[in-house]
Design a protein around this ligand. Structure first.
Ligand code: F6P
Length: 540
């Protein structure tokens, strides 16, 4: 198979030459040479403040990265996405999560049909339903108020809802409980319903395809759990709603389509938290807050569409990621929110980034001869500081970090917030500037201990600040990463919107399921797989 010629482009080769000139330059020198870079390399727009001055770049690096983006027609391709062109080539689909947060008067055509009215019709239906559940008008089969919401879904039909619920918990009613069942491991379901009463419980079965094995298995179990107590099929209509693109399968499952919230094939699973997949979020935070969330997404869409590249947060973030991934050989990106409510944000970003850009075949069907999607990971600060930050500071790997922080705490308690924020600012400073052997010696450290206590520094980070964590800010942050992923995908020439790599495991699992219990089946896998199946059978 042929390889892609990205690395032969003039703009790429210029970056390679530039990399050789800059790679040994220390951030200390960059700041000495350009003392005002901490003011210069920042963006302050739409309520977010992004400081990217602690990156191993100069103005020239940025110019060269923008040239690369130009040569690869980033702007034209961005516009094609917003227009509704079928840029998801391998699935022949438009990519229009941006239409989910478009204002009512926008017009976006897919196959000649304006999709905006449908989007708003579903939002209205969701708002109506959410209000009825929240105010107790929607009752369970036996007339009891719904107190517990359980979203059953996996991947994009789970990670967005659970992340958003956790992130926005401050805005949720505390007399309701929210649970998210995703894993096919029965423990997930069993523990979620442990102390719940089916009469007060509503299940939202969330699945774009409504065929996903894990979700359908959990949904069936939920049905049995409900019927065990309520003993009447008619109860299903009061305790189950569906979110899906697949009306046929929803009906087959026994859910009335009146209780179905629709979305469309032009919304990718990992880009769907602001579609009807966000129904649990809307019930949790209320329709007004959900609208704020959508407004935050939309503001970032507009920023991505209109801000000049040098002030464009998703473009900068995406291109910096390419810079480290492809020139410095960085393998990962750490996302480190200094906000406890964002504790599931890194997990959410793992699907968004890695299912999108974990590809090695280009849109033209060629092999990439360069690295693509980095590994995303992270934990909230300050917890990470007491576990893995050692490696980021003194390990052998370069790990660009995204710090996310807020000027105000939602739960101000004494001086907790000052301590939290001092820590996030200190981490960026320590990573960038480190501590020289001379400084360590001057503290009276014995010679033999000096190398251990020296911090080489020169480790890059971005710091993003917002005023406080609101639904609107969450929308902006998610859209920031969505468009950064898009920017990277354009540079690498891959389809960021398909996910063929998850298929094989699903097919093989379906084949193995009956083999585990049907002891008569002759096993024809490799010796390791056969042996593992036999090992499991012995425990039956
Ligand atoms: O297996 C991967 C995947 O297809 C994701 O892309 C998707 O978010 C998830 O499964 C769940 O799919 P569905 O919403 O169709 O159940």
């Amino acid at each position: 198979m042929e390889t892609n010629n990205l690395t032969k482009l003039t703009s790429w080769q210029k970056l390679e030459t530039h990399y050789k000139q800059i790679k040994d330059k220390h951030l200390r020198d960059l700041f000495n040479e350009q003392p005002e870079r901490g003011l210069k390399f920042t963006v302050n727009s739409i309520g977010l403040f992004m400081d990217y001055s602690k990156h191993r770049i100069t103005g020239e690096t940025l110019d060269l990265l923008f040239n690369l983006a130009d040569e690869l027609e980033l702007v034209e391709k961005r516009d094609a996405m917003f227009r509704g062109d079928k840029i998801n080539k391998t699935e022949n689909r438009a990519v229009l999560h941006t239409a989910l947060r478009a204002p009512k008067d926008a017009k976006i055509l897919v196959d000649g049909k304006d999709v905006v009215p449908e989007v708003h019709a579903v939002l209205n239906k969701m708002a109506n339903f959410s209000n009825r559940v929240r105010n107790g008008e929607w009752k369970g089969y036996t007339g009891k108020r719904i107190k517990n919401i359980i979203n059953i879904g996996i991947g994009g039909s789970d990670l967005g809802p659970v992340m958003a619920y956790e992130a926005l918990k401050y805005y949720t009613p505390r007399d309701m409980t929210f649970h998210f069942v995703s894993n096919v491991d029965g423990t997930d379901f069993a523990e979620s319903v442990y102390s719940l009463d089916p009469e007060e419980t509503l299940f939202i079965i969330s699945s774009k395809t409504f065929t996903t094995l894990e979700t359908m298995t959990n949904a069936q179990t939920a049905r049995e759990w409900t019927l065990k107590k309520l003993k009447d099929e008619k109860a299903i209509a009061k305790h189950f709603v569906a979110v899906s693109t697949n009306e046929k399968e929803v009906t087959k499952f026994g859910i009335d389509t009146a209780n179905m919230f629709e979305f469309w094939d032009w919304v990718g699973g990992r880009y769907s938290m602001d579609s009807a997949i966000g129904l649990s979020t809307m019930i949790a935070i209320g329709p007004e807050n959900f609208n704020e969330l959508l407004s935050g997404f939309h503001q970032m869409d507009e920023h991505f569409k209109t801000a000049p590249l040098e002030q464009n947060m998703p473009v900068l973030m995406g291109l910096l990621s390419v810079w480290y991934n492809n020139f410095f050989g960085a393998q990962t990106v750490a996302v480190l929110p200094y906000e406890q409510y964002l504790h599931r944000f890194p997990a959410y970003l793992q699907q968004l980034t890695m299912e999108s850009n974990g590809k090695h075949i280009t849109l033209d069907g060629m092999i990439t001869e360069y690295q693509t999607g980095p590994i995303f990971w992270g934990e909230p600060g300050t917890n990470g500081q007491h576990s893995f930050y050692q490696l980021i500071h003194q390990g052998t790997k370069i790990i660009p970090c995204d710090f996310i922080a807020f000027r105000q705490s939602l739960n101000p308690l004494g001086n907790h917030h000052d301590i939290l924020i001092a820590n996030v600012i200190a981490q960026g400073e320590a990573l960038a500037f480190g501590k020289t052997p001379e400084e360590v010696k001057a503290e009276g450290t014995p010679d033999w201990l000096v190398p251990h206590r020296t911090f080489e520094g020169n480790r890059p980070s971005t710091t993003i600040f917002a005023d406080k964590l609101t639904p609107e800010v969450l929308g902006k942050l998610v859209a920031l990463y969505e468009h950064s992923v898009f920017t990277q995908g354009i540079i690498w020439g891959i389809d960021s919107f398909d996910q063929w790599g998850v298929e094989l495991g699903k097919v093989l699992a379906k084949r193995i399921i009956p083999q585990l219990t049907d002891l008569k089946t002759k096993l024809d896998h490799d010796s390791s797989t056969n042996n593992l199946i036999k090992h499991y059978r012995k425990g039956l």
